[in-house]
Write a protein that binds this ligand. Structure first.
Ligand code: AMP
Length: 418
């Protein structure tokens, strides 16, 4: 009997795993620079939180959740997205009672029972950011720009920002009715008709040519915004333009989660095929109240780490992840091994990434390991060196080797590495 990673999941192995960490770090860095603080919430939550927060009628909730009863009979669900859990924590701990907006970022796995394909997994990683409690359009612009900056600083160029406004509880219901009446005159199959009843905005996003062909002239939300929403949307665009963020007006943009209103956006990448969304988000002013909290506004995004990695690969952009270690110890004999063991520990304590050969491999095997380690220098130590109070410091790129006094070794290495 042998096992493989469950369908729709995969292992992130070295050396790719350091790129994964570097990408996760780079995507959250702009948010950290803007004062967003780290939050970690449980990977499972009360099932009701997602049913109420994400929306019963969404695909995510109705078809894709990993739901189970624990031994105490509670229905729990592995989180399919991050915002509902973060909002639950903000409400539970009254974070909104302090300074507003509450600015938070997070990173971690999410779970959706989707049909796996390239770029779509059942276990995937997101970096997220949320700004809660202020509905200033400039804050929307900040949030969007933080994602934009994350992708740009990674070196991604082939992505686009799609932007629209989904209106609010004042202007969306009449627009929804208008759209429904438009859709009722089209030639649609039974399933799509049903969707038009439950969530007509989703029909606008239908990719099938026979549906697309009939959608020309369909009313779009941005043409029917109330004056507050129109003004808010103008404010967002003014903010984005002021800092050089470029977007495409995308009135047919809808997203898979029910809680979005007003500012809504998605980042897509041309090198990914069908699963082109590398991140997305929007304003969710109704979410807090929907899950039993006070009337709190909020805006945020989630960026897909897995798909960002695929996009970087598609563009041929290498993310510098740094070498595994910079120094590798090669001991000749047991006395030397004990000395090198202590020296390696001292190097690490001085902040120099270091490793050494374990198990008596002999000079040749240990030198090969040193080369493979990616280190810039090998420290070769034998009994004769110990007697002389020196070690051999070998530059693994040039092959040059010099004897360095043991008590000056760490300082010498530090100097050479800077
Ligand atoms: P969402 O939470 O659906 O708004 O998704 C935000 C981002 O997470 C998307 O733009 C994707 O980059 C990523 N994502 C969502 N679902 C998956 C999935 N099943 N596999 C990989 N990445 C995903």
């Amino acid at each position: 009997m042998s096992f493989t990673a469950p369908k729709g999941s995969y292992d992130i192995l070295p050396p790719d795993s350091s790129t994964f960490l570097a990408v996760r770090d780079a995507l959250s860095r702009p948010a950290r620079l803007a004062g967003y603080e780290y939050i970690e919430t449980p990977i499972f939550e009360d099932t009701g939180l997602f049913a109420r927060g994400v929306g019963e009628s969404t695909e995510v909730v109705s078809k894709e959740m990993y739901t189970f009863d624990d031994k105490g009979g509670r229905s729990l669900t592995l989180r399919p997205e991050g915002t509902a859990g973060v909002m639950r924590a903000v409400i539970e701990h009254k974070l909104y009672a302090g300074q507003l907006p509450v600015k938070l970022w997070y990173a971690g796995p999410n779970f959706r029972y989707e049909r796996p394909q390239a770029g779509r997994y059942r276990h995937f990683t997101q970096v997220g950011a949320e700004a809660v409690g202020v509905d200033d359009p400039m804050l929307d612009a900040e949030v969007v720009a933080l994602a934009w900056d994350g992708y740009r600083t990674l070196g991604l160029r082939g992505f686009r920002l799609l932007l629209t406004s989904l209106g609010d509880e004042t202007c969306r219901p009449p627009y929804r009715a208008l759209l429904q009446s438009f859709l009722s005159n089209l030639d649609l199959d039974a399933d799509t008709r049903r969707r038009a009843e439950i969530n007509p905005l989703r029909v606008l996003d239908d990719k099938r040519p026979q549906v697309r062909a009939q959608l020309d002239g369909a009313p779009v939300m941005v043409d029917h915004l109330c004056s507050e929403c129109a003004e808010h949307y103008d404010g967002v665009r003014t903010g984005l333009a002021a800092i050089g963020v470029e977007w495409e007006e995308t009135p047919q943009l809808v997203r898979g989660l029910d809680y979005y209103m007003r500012t809504t956006f998605e980042f897509v990448h041309s090198g990914l095929g069908a699963q082109s969304a590398i991140g997305g988000g929007g304003r969710y002013d109704g979410l807090s109240a929907a899950i039993g909290g006070p009337d709190l506004t909020g805006i945020g995004w989630a960026l897909g780490v897995d798909r960002t990695l695929l996009a970087l690969r598609a563009e041929g952009v290498a993310v510098p992840a740094g070498p595994r270690v910079q120094v590798y110890g090669v001991p000749l004999g047991t006395t030397a091994a004990a000395r090198l063991f202590a020296l390696t520990a001292a190097l690490r304590a001085a902040g120099v990434p270091a490793d050494m050969a374990y198990g008596s491999r002999g000079l040749k095997g240990a030198m090969k390991a040193a080369d493979r380690s990616g280190a810039a220098y090998a420290v070769v130590l034998g009994d004769r060196d110990i007697e002389a109070g020196t070690a051999q410091l070998k530059d693994l790129r040039s092959g040059d080797q010099v004897a360095v006094p043991l008590d000056a070794l760490i300082a010498t290495i530090q100097e050479k590495l800077t």
